[in-house]
Design a binder for this molecule. Structure first.
Ligand SMILES: O=C(O)CCC(=O)C(=O)O
Length: 273
């Protein structure tokens, strides 16, 4: 998968690009089968807003790649690492984690507006996600929206929690510092919001610094499924901090704060020039 110069320039300017037909139907079929299993089996890193329901359920599950052969093969053989590395202008891309995000029909819960970098134990401009649509989705059906160019403001916002729950599986994020995310929904006209209707197989690559979110799923009959993959470029440094995602923490690595994460077992280099 080769990105054009225009795509790379757009990524730098906007912080996000839409790449139609990034993966083929064999991959989307296999990943969708995997997602069904992921919804119906136990695991450690699940955030399920309405377990067992077939409507109004936002389900997320992350960090499966070490035990999940489909995801692991997709990361090695699929195009996401190459897309991430090229978009970031990096000569390599190390992998951080996979994040499956599903919204059943008529899911009320929004994906709140947020930046990704405050959740993660890294710093650097070359940190991004490649979000792969496994089903068609319109913006009304919970495809992603972005505040164009917001990756360039140097802002660092406090994490928001996905799914509104009393005992929240991701409450670790509340320990993070940062100013609150502005109430973008209350004043959408004040922000340069762009979004992309997607077809299954499309990818959206976006900076970990850009503000992004998604509506609930207003579709009456269509599940929305996406697999987000997280990537680290050459200028990434390891920076553990309060409120960082515990999937890979200080006890799991042998990297000094401020160093490049050259840890092949936790952050394998799945793409290089
Ligand atoms: O799929 C979604 O609703 C949100 C995805 C997201 O926020 C991410 O991949 O960082």
């Amino acid at each position: 998968m080769k990105l054009s110069r225009e795509q790379v320039a757009l990524f730098e300017a906007d912080g996000v690009i839409h790449i139609p037909s990034a993966i083929d139907k064999d991959w989307t079929d296999e990943l969708l089968r995997m997602s069904e299993k992921a919804m119906s089996t136990d695991g450690e890193w699940i955030n399920d807003g309405n377990p067992g329901a077939s409507v109004d359920r936002m389900f997320t599950r992350r960090y499966m790649w070490k035990d999940n052969s489909v995801i692991s093969r997709f990361l090695r053989e699929g195009p996401c690492g190459a897309i991430a590395g090229q978009a970031m202008g990096s000569s390599s891309a190390r992998f951080y984690f996979d994040h499956l995000l599903i919204k059943e029909p008529m899911t009320v819960a929004r994906t709140p507006w947020h930046q990704d970098i405050p959740y993660w134990p890294f710093m650097g401009s070359q940190v991004c996600s490649v979000w792969v649509a496994l089903t068609d989705a319109t913006i009304q059906g919970s495809a992603m929206e972005f505040v164009r160019g917001s990756h360039r403001g140097g802002k660092y916002y406090k994490p928001e929690l996905f799914n509104d729950r009393k005992s929240h599986p991701n409450s670790w994020a509340l320990e993070a510092k940062g100013e609150p995310v502005p109430d973008i929904e209350a004043d959408r006209e004040a922000f340069d919001i762009i979004g992309f209707d997607v077809a299954a197989g499309d990818a959206i690559v976006f900076s970990a610094w850009i503000l992004h979110g998604a509506q609930g799923n207003h579709s009456k009959n269509r599940r929305r499924v996406a697999l987000s993959t997280r990537w680290l470029g050459n200028n990434t440094i390891w920076q553990p901090k309060p409120g960082a995602d515990p999937i890979v923490g200080e006890d799991d690595v042998n990297i000094a704060a401020g160093d490049y994460p050259s840890d092949d077992s936790n952050f394998p280099m799945f793409w290089s020039l």
